[in-house]
Design a protein around this ligand. Sequence first.
Ligand SMILES: Nc1nc2c(c(=O)[nH]1)N[C@H]1C(S)=C(S)[C@@H](COP(=O)(O)O)O[C@H]1N2
Ligand SMILES: [Mo]
Length: 200
Amino acid sequence: MSVFSRGFRGRRQEGPPGRVPPGQYLVDDFPVLSAGPTPETPVEEWTFTITGDVDAPRQWSWEEFLALPSETITTDIHCVTRWSKLDTVWEGVSVDTLLEGVDTSAEYVLAFCDGGYTTNLPLEDVTDGKAWVAVSYDGEPLEAEHGAPARLLVPHLYLWKSAKWIRGLQLLAEDESGFWEALGYHDRGDPWQEQRHWGD
Ligand SMILES: Nc1nc2c(c(=O)[nH]1)N[C@H]1C(S)=C(S)[C@@H](COP(=O)(O)O)O[C@H]1N2
Ligand SMILES: [Mo]
């Protein structure tokens, strides 16, 4: 028996067939999972940077970032702590837009955040319409605990990859473990393959 509390057990909903990955249950609320305190960077000080293995680093102020073309994304999200939430609605800038014109031979990215959190991803998992930097959830600006002013959204992977309070992407030739990946979470985190921990 586990010595850890399993927390609140709500009524487990099953959801439409094919929508909920193995080992997950549905929630209607939006739980908050943060490894540390909520950073509160004023937008006047906020920037988004593409750095690392690039011809020239790119940087946007908050104002410039909001002027980029954005998209509405309706998607399911899946947390490794086993909750899934269907049809969440976000607005954000596609990572493809941020990488437009960036000349790189990198194959990995490390997302970095206010507060020091990081998460690593193959470049392939954040390009071709698979990832966004979201600034709004459910028609409202992001709430502080959900990542304001901006968070990464990579809905096809477990939600720890969707870095809150994101400040940029470092492009890397070699994969480099992020915060949870160094502590035992799976390097990639595909919920359909239940890639929760090292060795899954
Ligand atoms: N900067 C930062 N981003 C983060 C985290 C964090 O602790 N810090 N937690 C991750 C984890 S483990 C999860 S499950 C999701 C939770 O997002 P939510 O709090 O909006 O539900 O954020 C991810 N992004
Ligand atoms: Mo998580």
